[in-house]
Design a protein around this ligand. Sequence first.
Ligand code: TXA
Ligand code: MG
Length: 341
Amino acid sequence: METKLFEITSTTDEKINEVAKLLISGEVVALPTETVYGLAGNGLASSSVKKIFAAKGRPSDNPLILHISDFSQWESLTKNIPPIAKKLAETFWPGALTIILEKSDRVPKEVCGGLNTVAVRMPDHDVTRKIIKVSGVPLAAPSANTSGKPSPTTANHVMNDLNGKIAAIVDAGACEVGVESTVVSLAVNPPRLLRPGGVTVQMLKTVLPDLVVDEAVYAKLESDKIASSPGMKYKHYSPNANVIILKGSLEKYKEYLKTHANEDDIALCFEGEEKVFHIKAISYGKKDDASSQASGLFDALRKLDDLGAKTAYARYPVDDGVGLAVFNRMLRAAHFNVVQL
Ligand code: TXA
Ligand code: MG
């Protein structure tokens, strides 16, 4: 299949109607959001949802997020929306927050990977919200990468993974946040953070003071435990390179590379440090700047593969605020391999 490329940066662009037509006809299309690019299809049609899983090579028990453009769309997707969920949505939508509640019968079982809950979010991206509105249905959309690879933050990343496998890609430039949405389950009591993301724990606690952070956010899931979020049990965000996170000062990091790194290994460092090592280096953001690290991480992980790195040594990121999401993704890319210098 030929993958069409639509450049759309304005909500009045007529190409929005073309994209909506593709979606209504059952095709899947990659769309920009403020977090990462998503691979979207009609979230109420099993056949479209199956196409999403097939294009990504995604295991069928890993559920998808439904994306909406209006609060009213949410009601028919869930059994009921408790006041606390409404308050949470009113505070953070449109935005990088996904809310899980018990699903209604209207949602095809394929969307939810067999669970009785459904994840919903209203993205903070005008073009994509307009596409959802014109399509007239909630759009199911996982990140638009091949399953297991780092999420795409540019249309070019999507092209590299899915060219020829999907009907179209909408290009609206690089994603602002750069890591995926925060996933919170309100289908359990107390509310549980399943994946850290663009909306931070500190922000959530202003509305959900009893929020619990799932242990899988920081640690490898024991093999005998059932994942609260199926996505957590899969190999994730992984470049081909073996990633090792090094925690300590720049001096100690340099010393470690001198004694451990081979010439085709790569230093995954902070901006401005690239020239100080004896091996090639890629920066993934500014030192002590969580937002900058979030927006640069996935592109840097993809560059490691382009350069054919065998091993990459990563500087330890900011690990709170939006940095908790960076740390969580990096831990997975590194298979939890952190060395204290
Ligand atoms: O920012 C984002 O969330 C992006 C953009 C495109 O919106 N989407 C995204 O989707 O990251 P995906 O499919 O790559 O990640 C969704 C995560 C997965 O870890 C999945 O297991 C979890 O959310 N999830 C979805 N529905 C769930 C449910 N009903 N219960 C538990 N976890 C769920
Ligand atoms: Mg994903």
